[in-house]
Each structure stands twice: as structure tokens, then as C-alpha cells.
Design a protein around this ligand. Structure first.
Ligand SMILES: [Zn+2]
Length: 220
């Protein structure tokens, strides 16, 4: 799963919990944010096997720390603690719990699309429903949940017209990037390229989320 993860970030944010959107953008991709440097350092492993699924050529054969169920639960717990510590008085337990849920949502959505490469613990008992084998269906799911998340976000947050437009343009860009990734993208050449590409895109998206909210604060 790629841009579909952001549906959770959009859906979670509201004016009561006051979680910065960029924090949620990092949270929903936290497991991949960790995965990329782990791959670059050789701690976790991926290789390119064209055709291994209809959509993604990634053979994610070893990622016990970031993408096992136990690993995901541990990172979700840590995210709770880090958010509480980082925001101090501003963070309620409910908000920190939502951040922690956003982190864990990554594993659930990955479970739907991955082939059985997600371990329950360590490197054993691998699960994955394999929706990546159904290109059109997987693409439809990513886009549908992203749009659903954005609609919830637009309804639950009082936004200026400029800000609303910004979010909608961002949504369209995310859809275009997903379309290129699913149907057009250049074939990925190595594990390092995959990891670096993921880091660049995820950082860029979180940066845009930050700027979109910053602009709202200025308007207010
Ligand atoms: Zn992932």
C-alpha cells in the first residue's frame, strides 16, 4: 500500500485532538520510514523480483523489526510515548492513542495488499492477503480510501477556501503519483533505490502536510 496509508492520517485529524497533520503523515508511514534505513543498512532485506505480484515487484523476504505484527505493536507503543513526551501538556492520552493507532494502521493496510511476507513475530508465521495480485482492485482500494479520508478531513476541520483547495490539489497529486506507481512507473532497479525513493516521497508528503497547516495558522 502506498498513498492509501494517508487516508488514516486525514481521517484521524480534527480540531479537538489537534494532532498536526504532518505528524499523522509520519505516523501512518512510520514502519516504512524505519524500514528504508534498515534496508540501506542491511538489517532488513528486500530484492526486486519482477512479477512476484501483479503490482509490486518487491520480494520483502526479511523485515522482522519493522513489519512483523509484534514489531508494529512495539513501534505503535513507542509512538504513543514519543508523542506524549514531544507535545508535553498539549497532548492528551486520547490524542497520543490516535497517533499510536495511526502507526499500527500501516500494518493492517499492508496486511491487505502484501503477499504473505508480514511475520507475526521475528521472521515466522508470515501473512498477507495479496491484493497486490489484483492490480485494478488494489489501485481502486488505495484511491477510494484516500478520497474517503480526505472527505472526512474536509468535513471535520473548519477550513478556509484556500486551504480546502490546497488539500484537494494535494489529494489529486497523490492520486496521480499512485497512478504512475501502479501503471506507469519506471521499473525499480535495486533495493537501495526502493528504500531511498520511499524516504524521499514520504518526507516530501509530510512536508507538504506541514506547509498546508502552517498556511492555515497564518490565515487565522
Ligand atoms: Zn509498509
Amino acid at each position: 500500500m502506498f498513498v492509501g496509508h494517508y487516508s488514516v492520517a486525514f481521517a484521524v485529524k480534527n480540531e479537538r485532538n489537534k494532532i498536526p497533520l504532518w505528524v499523522l503523515f509520519v505516523a501512518v508511514q512510520l514502519l516504512d520510514f524505519l524500514w528504508a534505513p534498515f534496508v540501506l543498512l542491511g538489517i532488513e532485506k528486500v530484492r526486486i523480483v519482477p512479477g512476484i505480484t501483479a503490482t509490486s515487484p518487491l520480494d520483502l523476504y526479511y523485515m522482522p523489526y519493522t513489519h512483523s505484527l509484534i514489531g508494529a505493536l512495539v513501534w505503535s507503543g513507542l509512538a504513543f510515548a514519543i508523542y506524549k513526551a514531544g507535545r508535553r501538556a498539549k497532548a492528551s492520552n486520547a490524542a497520543a492513542l490516535l497517533v499510536s493507532f495511526a502507526v499500527f494502521s500501516h500494518w493492517i493496510l499492508d496486511l491487505v495488499v502484501h503477499r504473505p511476507d508480514l511475520a507475526i513475530y521475528d521472521d515466522t508465521l508470515k501473512v498477507g492477503f495479496g491484493l497486490w495480485n489484483y492490480k485494478g482492485l488494489e489501485f481502486g482500494l488505495e484511491i477510494a480510501i484516500l478520497i474517503g479520508g480526505i472527505i472526512i478531513y474536509l468535513r471535520r476541520n473548519a477550513l478556509s477556501v484556500a486551504r480546502k483547495s490546497g488539500i484537494m490539489i494535494f489529494g489529486v497529486v497523490l492520486i496521480l503519483i499512485q497512478t504512475t506507481s501502479t501503471f506507469g512507473g519506471r521499473p525499480l532497479s535495486s533495493d537501495r533505490v526502493v528504500a531511498i525513493t520511499a524516504l524521499v516521497f514520504y518526507t516530501l508528503f509530510a512536508g507538504v502536510a506541514f506547509l498546508l497547516e502552517k498556511r492555515q495558522r497564518k490565515e487565522a
